[in-house]
Design a binder for this molecule. Structure first.
Ligand code: GUN
Length: 305
């Protein structure tokens, strides 16, 4: 990975390479399941409507699922689909033994209540980890997966990058900026399970720069381009940037994170770039969740990586 000056730099957390390694291991695990137990995990992805960003995500999910040797089932529905019809499809997928993981791409059109759809998915097939049962398992369980839950993919990916860089996270002060069900809340829970002291900051936090200055670990997950500035970062902190924002600068479109990379880079001991940091981890962890769900459903051990 290249830093601001274009030279390789050990400070930069290369999520793209990490995700590739993870996907390589997953492909071997899938091959081993096929050989020893005669099945491959299957992931069903449901897309309702024509949101351009969602279409790209769904295409990438399908391609990477197939590349890992798993079965991919894509269901594309028109944006006029009723909630009742979507619930019918979810029910069929819940009952289909070839489908081990189900994901409904968000956002869904406004006539559909996303939480009703998420909670209709069999929690043991909920590879997004968004079902209220999986949120509860994460909130009440231990640090790992031994309590039977499925962990939301993006925070799970952030945690793996952090542990790879820092090892034991015990006692570290983590500040999570953002409180969404998809990233902020499960991220805070995962860090708490790793014995971090966790602050969850959000739009009503009184002194956000002051809170962030106390952090050993900063998770930026607010969806506001380049909001976190370098003078908020404690010297040597690790910055994990979950944001992917498309902005126009000097007449060109550019992807930037929620952290202002140029000013955060000199202060941080390690930082994820955008693109190539957290982004590629999400699909890798989705595939890992599908593999875990399939092994549990079939009652077989997860093959060694
Ligand atoms: N839309 C944006 N991110 C996600 C995700 O992680 N899962 C689903 N289902 N939809 C999303």
């Amino acid at each position: 990975m290249n830093d601001m000056t274009g030279t390789a730099n050990a400070k930069v957390i290369n999520g793209k390479a990490f995700a590739e390694t993870l996907r390589g291991k997953l492909a071997k695990q899938v091959a081993s399941l096929k050989e020893k137990h005669g099945f491959v995990p299957g992931l069903a992805v449901v897309l309702v409507g024509e949101d351009p960003a969602s279409k790209v995500y769904v295409r990438n999910k399908g391609e990477q699922t197939k590349a890992s040797g798993m079965a991919s089932f894509e269901h594309k529905l028109p944006d006029t689909t009723s909630q009742a019809d979507l619930l019918k499809l979810i029910d069929q997928l819940n009952k289909d033994p070839k489908v081990n993981g189900i994901l409904c791409q968000l956002p869904v059109p406004k006539q559909i209540d996303p939480q009703a759809i998420i909670n209709a998915i069999d929690p043991n097939k909920d590879v997004d980890g968004f079902h209220v049962v999986n949120a509860g398992r994460l909130a009440t369980g231990g640090p790992g997966l031994e309590y039977g839950g499925l962990i939301p993919c993006t925070p799970y990916g952030c945690l793996l990058l952090l542990k790879d860089r820092l090892g034991d996270l015990s006692g570290k002060h983590a500040v999570v900026i953002g409180r969404s069900n998809i990233v902020g809340k499960p991220m805070a829970q995962l860090l708490l399970n790793e014995n971090c002291t966790v602050t969850i900051a959000h739009s009503r936090t009184k002194d956000l720069p002051g809170e962030v200055r106390r952090a050993d670990i900063v998770i930026a997950a607010v969806g506001r381009p380049e909001m976190v500035k370098g003078d908020w970062i404690k010297e040597g902190a690790v910055v994990i940037d979950v944001g992917i924002n498309r902005i126009e600068r000097d007449g060109k479109f550019k992807l930037v994170g929620d952290a202002d990379y140029a000013s955060c880079f000199p202060k941080a001991s390690a930082i994820t770039p955008v693109p190539g940091g957290v982004g590629p981890m999400t699909i890798a962890l989705l595939l890992r969740n599908t593999l875990i769900a399939a092994c549990r459903q079939r009652g077989v051990d997860l093959p060694a990586a």
